[in-house]
Write a protein that binds this ligand. Structure first.
Ligand code: NZQ
Ligand code: ZN
Length: 390
């Protein structure tokens, strides 16, 4: 294990079919006014909204509603949430939904008491709030597995007017105070979103795993998580109502991106940078945008980071190395990844997401590019990866 790091994750988790029962006692720690953020209506259709609002009422809370938090939440919607929170003197923000609602809630929590242009300060300049700034507490009731937003300080916001999607990972003051993870709540997630979530989880692990050359405990943890995800995803795709599989997917998602497996790692995240830009242009589900550029990206990275790709093939995909060169073993690992992606039903090209050749210049321009993982990409490399992903 090389490097120095600190690890602190303050989010309290409640997991399982009975986990919503813990909400009422958690609420006692906060004042009476709760801003309830949710999406486009799935929580009303599946009954989760009724369960949550009943508990809020029992706990004597005043509910201020902010529905319509869209998938890939926009800057315009962020402004609206900040305005509502300011007008209502909110004590707690409760996110009821997937990663979009959780991200959005943290973004509002950071911005309400910032005196200035929060978009410029937090997302464009990537700053954190000053020590003295008040931040609203956030609690999450997660309805979709994928992003890890329930236990991290990430907030991805899309400036739709400028076709620019950008994330800021705040410091741990913005991590949710608590998150409630009931796998049963994810059973109504549409098929495409379940699959997008599965690949998002896989890719979060890969973004952290494919870096460095030291023997690192984080990589062993990552391999275990990937193996679990592969087993669970196969079962969930066959039978989406398989509770065991869905619960493993949900728990894996949390550990894939709650900073643990990134400890002591340089990390990559360029698939996410390209994926975010593809998402801004196509509005495709986040995990799909990652899947669609991954084949071209990892083929490149493999050449530069061969030993780790050999290890990936052997430890994650059980590739037998007998009689094969390292390059052949690594290639077999990437083939196994691709076969699994096909089995899950993931897109392998950006064309499937609606991207066209004439968008490539724009997608490249809005991609944040930096040296990462095993590659030192330049914008022209991103253009090539996008062309290869058509
Ligand atoms: O709008 P609602 O009604 O909530 O419907 C949502 C949405 O249409 C639906 N859904 C969620 N739970 C459901 C459900 N439908 C039926 N039953 C349920 N139980 O699914 C759709 C997608 O939801 P969304 O929250 O957008 O998906 P996801 O969890 O993948 O979040 C995506 C956002 O998170 C960001 C992405 O960029 C994207 O903006 N990310 C956040 C990260 C973080 N905080 O660390 C990291 C990720 O890499 C990612 O960038
Ligand atoms: Zn992601």
């Amino acid at each position: 294990m090389q490097g120095n790091f600190s690890y602190h994750n303050p989010t309290k988790l409640f997991f399982g079919e009975e986990s919503l029962n813990f909400l009422k006692s958690e609420l006692t720690a906060y004042g009476p006014k709760v801003l309830l953020n949710y999406g486009s209506g799935s929580v009303k259709r599946n009954g989760i909204y009724d369960q949550v609002t009943a508990i809020l009422r029992e706990a004597g809370k005043t509910i201020v509603e902010n529905p319509g938090v869209m998938s890939n939440p926009t800057l315009e919607k962020l402004h609206e949430g900040v305005r509502i929170a300011r007008e209502n003197d909110i004590d707690l923000i409760l996110a009821l939904g997937g990663g979009s609602v959780c991200d959005y809630s943290k973004a509002v929590a950071a911005s309400v008491y910032y005196d200035g242009d929060y978009w410029d300060q937090f997302w464009l300049k990537q700053q954190n709030p000053d020590a003295g700034q008040r931040l609203l507490p956030v609690g999450c009731i997660l309805t979709m597995a994928g992003t890890g937003s329930e236990m991290n300080a990430g907030t991805v916001i899309t400036d739709a007017a400028n076709t620019f999607k950008v994330g800021h990972v705040f410091d741990d003051r913005l991590m949710p105070k608590f998150s409630i993870l009931n796998p049963r709540f994810t059973m109504t997630v549409p098929d495409n979103q379940m699959k997008a979530g599965i690949y998002d989880i896989m890719n979060h692990i890969m973004e952290q795993y494919f870096s460095g050359s030291d023997d690192n405990t984080s990589d062993y943890l990552s391999e275990g998580l990937m193996r679990s995800l592969i087993v669970a995803s196969r079962a969930a795709v066959k039978n989406p109502q398989d509770y065991e599989a869905r619960s493993n997917i949900m728990w894996t998602a949390t550990w894939a991106l709650n900073t643990l497996v990134g400890c002591g790692k340089e990390q990559d995240w360029m698939v996410h940078m390209i994926g975010h830009s593809v998402g801004a242009w196509t509005h495709a589900p986040h995990g799909y945008t990652l899947a669609a550029v991954s084949t071209a990206y990892y083929r490149r990275a493999m050449k530069a980071g061969l030993p780790k790709f050999v290890r990936f093939a052997k430890n994650v995909w059980n590739v037998c190395d007998e009689g094969l060169t390292d390059e052949q073993v690594a290639e077999k690992g990437l083939e196994a990844l691709k076969d699994w992606m096909i089995e899950v039903g993931l897109p392998l090209t950006i064309t499937e997401l609606g991207a066209t050749a004439d968008m490539i210049e724009g997608i490249t321009k809005t991609t944040v590019v930096y040296p990462a993982g095993y590659l030192d990409l330049k914008p022209e490399d991103v253009t090539e990866i996008l062309r290869e992903s058509l």
